[in-house]
Write a protein that binds this ligand. Sequence first.
Ligand SMILES: Cc1cc2nc3c(=O)[nH]c(=O)nc-3n(C[C@H](O)[C@H](O)[C@H](O)COP(=O)(O)O)c2cc1C
Length: 204
Amino acid sequence: MKKNNPVILAITAASGIIFAIRTLEFLLKNDFQVELIVSSKAYYIAKHEIELDLSHDRKEIRENILKFLKVENKKQNLHVWLDDEIWASPSSGSYKTEGMIIAPASMAVISAISLGNAENLITRAADVCLKQKRPLTVVPRETPLNSIHLENMLKLSKLGVNIVPPITGFYGKIKTIDDSIDFVVGKILDINNIENSLYERWQI
Ligand SMILES: Cc1cc2nc3c(=O)[nH]c(=O)nc-3n(C[C@H](O)[C@H](O)[C@H](O)COP(=O)(O)O)c2cc1C
């Protein structure tokens, strides 16, 4: 991904909101433009898991996130949308983006995308990436996985979607949960060709 156009990042109501937040932190600190789409159901999990308030309107959500990440100076690089704001720019293929990352991706959203159900802004933006042949990355969060989950992911994978489960490789000298999160975020960035040194690479 280059910095010519914004990157779409979506947060769904799955466990692991921190993966989105840390990916967003990297993108903002590295001067990417981000169109962030927040599932209306994600606020409860965000509050519970990382004490981040994603309720209220998009202006407040943006302020809360920037404060949480201590990157208030990057305000102009971040647009925030709620998933029912279907009129937002990422809904249209004519709006150029570098592609989309959905982290964490619920099984519900993966199912909707695999069916072509573009009913809300997250699934519509993903549908647009598929039709415009732009990179789409999903970070599926569920365990254990049933055959429906696996079939949906296989279908997306065959369409060229990057499936990046939040699974740590322990060769990266993982000692803390932060190291583990960095490993996953590093893998999300790697698959999108975004240079990073968030984890220790294997080299002999
Ligand atoms: C505490 C909690 C944790 C959840 N974690 C997951 C999860 O990790 N993966 C998942 O697919 N669904 C999870 N769900 C269920 C989703 O929130 C639910 O399917 C929701 O409809 C997804 O909405 P969205 O994809 O529109 O954001 C969780 C629900 C709750 C209440």
